[in-house]
Ligand binder design. Structure first.
Ligand code: ZN
Length: 108
């Protein structure tokens, strides 16, 4: 794991939690300002905060994602790897390039 990757894995949970908490508090304050009942405002704020947390987590996961596609025309074989070692990435790159059974959605 590279030092950039280590930093990213330490920073990602903090950024995710901070953004979720910020959006939750902001949403709760806005809803309470319109006279929405406290429990309903909290439920909305928590659900929106969790949605934001999931979105930020997904965005961070894209940085570690490697996708390998079969180069054959019409073949839909793909491999999605996250946090894979160099050997594992190389292995899946070779599998994607030369797998025995090409799935074809291409119609002649
Ligand atoms: Zn293929």
């Amino acid at each position: 794991m590279t030092s950039t990757s280590v930093v990213r894995h330490r920073v990602a949970p903090l950024v995710t939690a901070a953004s979720a908490l910020t959006v939750s508090v902001y949403t709760d304050a806005r809803l309470l300002g319109y006279g929405v009942p406290t429990l309903l405002a909290m439920a909305c704020a928590v659900s929106i905060g969790l949605g934001i947390a999931n979105l930020v987590k997904w965005a961070f996961s894209l940085a570690d994602l490697n996708v390998y596609r079969c180069p054959a025309v019409g073949c839909t074989f793909t491999a999605h790897l996250t946090r894979a070692s160099a050997a594992e990435r190389r292995r899946w790159q070779e599998i994607a390039a030369a797998h025995p059974d090409h799935e074809s959605t291409y119609r002649r």
